[in-house]
Write a protein that binds this ligand. Sequence first.
Ligand code: ADP
Ligand code: MG
Length: 323
Amino acid sequence: MSINGGGEDSTLLATDDMRAAARRVREEARNARDDGEEPRAARAPDPATQRRTRPIPEPEPLKSHGPARVVALCNQKGGVGKTTSTINLGAALTEYGRRVLLVDFDPQGALSVGLGVQPHDLELSVYNLLMQRDITPDEVIRPTRVENLDLLPANIDLSAAEVQLVQEVAREYTLQRVLEPIVPNYDVILIDCAPSLGLLTVNALTASNGIVVPLECEFFALRGLAMLTDTIGKVQDRLNPKLEIVGILGTMFDGRTTHAREVLDRVVQAFDERVFHTVIRRTVKFPETTVVGEPITTYAPSSQAATQYRDLAKEVLARCPAG
Ligand code: ADP
Ligand code: MG
């Protein structure tokens, strides 16, 4: 069973390729440091348009649901569009008939807020599910205003789990263990990671089949990538060999600045086809959606931003292998 209705996976990055990519990124970051703060002028004036483009196939309708492909949205840098992308990719996936669960795995609870849930009002959150054996997922998961889009909410309690989990047996597998019984109920489970590479994020990566790395199109984005790919490599080696990078997502792209284009160009040079062809442009619409507590795909369905997340959903479905 798969979320893309079948098909072989040949597009995902193998471990060795990823190590090579990580090496390239480290070199990139080192070269950039040697250059001073700014990247050298990009070879291609507009990577967003100059890349080879391939038509993204329309997702096939599913005949039945589950088991879910689990994908973590991960970058230890804050403010790069993890939460925004989790909400809107999730909502866009439901438009293609997928049943989606969003897991808020950041003690800040921004994903929950973005879906209209007030974290301090929560009686039960993902924290209780992780730490209390008598709590079942049904007690914590709640529907959202979007059909087929469910939420496993979080609040500041989750920050205590980072400390308490250290004492647990198989502490890195805790999230995987609690998600296991609900994997058959969904087609995609997206995990919104906290901006750190600590034990919570390691739990998210251990529970996942794939990773989407949102990357703000600004220069310092590249430095963090080397550390992230190192962590991914360690999780693959020691905890979860099936983990793969689904793709790197350029976010907050401002086509008017050469800087944003240069950064995207460098990322494409380093990661090539691992970089999604879909790029999320900067728009004031996203801060607005947080206020109303719903995805852009329902708040402004015909906006450019909604279209971009639908394109991303198609790319993700095309890249995800059979589960
Ligand atoms: P993270 O989860 O990585 O910390 P967020 O998704 O919370 O990042 O985004 C950080 C801030 O940037 C939020 O205020 C969000 O509304 C805003 N934002 C996200 N994506 C965009 C975009 N494409 N254009 C403009 N603002 C954005
Ligand atoms: Mg966030």
